[in-house]
Design a protein around this ligand. Structure first.
Ligand code: SF4
Length: 383
């Protein structure tokens, strides 16, 4: 049984599902955003380059163990699906990085995501040292990405960012959340729209790919219009490579929940959130970003495309949902959240539709709190 293990953080972006996760800092140095609970009880700390390099060495030691297991089960050293299944089902591999590395190798061993919340806070030299070590140890690596905050990025010089790019940093994922200043203050993002713009432009100028995340529903009933329109304005100035949306779901563990309790923040319902998404997309212009809806909580994951050419297609997909009668919308919302439907078009597949129809009838007859509570519970399971 292998005892090899290395440190891992709690989250990664959806687009890094098949990436190797390497923790270079612990938790978030800001940790005050009211919609975020990921690191709330955790203290931020830096990891030294030595600590991280030790983890890289451990991962390097795990690779031959996986290959030798492959030989032992007759797969000739190949990290193929049967080997990964075997490793995933074997309880002896549940507490270390063995499974993670096996999945990574199975997916080509090309992508790495650096955890946790804001890695550009590290001294540039230190991050370069880690990136160099990673690339030298695993020449198969093609993409290395990380989370960071606009505030932190804006403190780096262009030369520093270019140095990080040369060392192998391919992409920075930034939580823009909104471009509306009063809302940025309200959720305690600790950054202004102007700082978002400056940081985003800097990343673009350095040649590092940029993903900006927007939270659908963040404005609530009070600020949804401003949220959508001001966010579009900020994105239009940055022109990030990717605009990624994810849907707000407020849990009791989030500070924003207290604002809901006080009646200060009124969340949008699904239809309102889709109207808000429509307004955001409608006001995106003069940019060449790819709009991505890859978060499991998003109702319309099919609303994706390259700007500007696919803007109309995205708006039409939204309109297709908005034009549905109430019953159809509820059927779709339940089916989508339960993982039955992938898109609104799936409503025309009788075998899927019937399944959802039965569940919907059952909910209506058995659950006095109705479909909204069921949908809310389903969403919570994904956070
Ligand atoms: S900066 Fe990111 S990780 Fe930190 S509290 Fe805000 S959303 Fe969470």
């Amino acid at each position: 049984m292998t005892q090899l293990s290395y440190e891992q953080g709690p989250i990664r972006p959806p687009s890094e599902a098949y990436s190797l996760l390497l923790r270079v800092t612990r938790n978030c140095p800001w940790n005050r955003c009211e919609f975020c609970h990921t690191y709330k009880k955790e203290k931020f700390s830096l990891r030294t380059a030595e600590e991280v390099k030790k983890d890289i060495d451990t991962i390097q030691e795990i690779v031959p163990e996986i290959k030798s297991l492959s030989w032992r089960v007759g797969l000739g050293g190949e990290v193929a699906a049967p080997l990964v299944n075997l490793i995933l089902q074997d309880p002896q591999h549940d507490s270390d990085g063995f499974r993670q590395v096996a999945l990574w190798l199975y997916n080509g061993g090309k992508n790495v995501f650096l955890q946790d919340g804001d890695n550009l806070i590290l001294k540039t030299d230190q991050l370069v040292e880690i990136l160099n070590d990673l690339k030298n140890t695993f020449p198969s690596i093609e993409r290395i990405t990380t989370y960071s905050r606009s505030k932190t990025v804006s403190k780096k010089t262009i030369e520093e960012l270019q140095g990080l790019k040369r060392a192998g940093l391919s992409r920075i994922h930034i939580g823009l959340e909104t471009g509306y200043d009063p809302l940025l203050q309200y959720i305690k993002k600790g950054v202004t729209a102007q700082e978002h713009i400056e940081a985003g432009k800097k990343v673009k100028e350095s040649g590092i790919s940029l993903s900006e995340y927007v939270i659908l529903g963040l404005g609530g009933k009070g600020m949804w219009r401003e949220h959508a329109m001001e966010t579009a304005k900020v994105l239009n100035q940055i022109n990030p490579d990717f605009i990624r949306v994810r849907t707000l779901k407020v849990l009791k563990t989030m500070l924003l929940y207290q604002k809901i309790e006080k009646g200060e923040f009124i969340p949008l319902n699904d239809d309102e959130m889709i109207e808000e998404e429509r307004l955001l997309i409608k006001h995106l212009g003069g940019i060449t970003s790819t709009f991505v809806s890859d978060h499991i909580l998003n109702l319309l994951q099919e609303v994706e495309g390259k700007l500007p050419e696919e803007k109309e297609k995205m708006l039409k997909r939204i309109d297709l949902y908005l034009a549905l009668p109430r019953e159809e919308k509820d059927n779709f919302r339940l089916g989508r959240r339960a993982g039955v439907y992938q898109s609104v078009e799936d409503l025309s597949k009788p075998e899927l539709r019937n399944q959802v129809e039965i569940a919907l009838k059952q909910i209506k007859s058995e659950r006095p709190d109705g479909i909204e509570k069921v949908l809310s519970d389903l969403m919570e399971t994904f956070i």
